[in-house]
Design a binder for this molecule. Structure first.
Ligand SMILES: [Zn+2]
Length: 51
């Protein structure tokens, strides 16, 4: 698996990096956003793709 496809998600509230995923950057140009449980906020928060 190429490192180019590795993406990380940070909490939009506290900026904690909580999740990693893969995507094909050649196909998906837009940034992904996911609603995930944040351990620091202790609730579901929007997580945004980061570099
Ligand atoms: Zn958070």
């Amino acid at each position: 698996m190429s490192q180019d496809n590795l993406i990380k998600f940070e909490c939009s509230e506290c900026k904690m990096l909580g999740y990693r995923s893969f995507k094909n950057k050649k196909k998906l140009k837009e940034r992904l956003e996911l609603k995930k449980f944040c351990k620091r906020c202790k609730t579901h928060k929007l997580h945004k793709e980061t570099k």
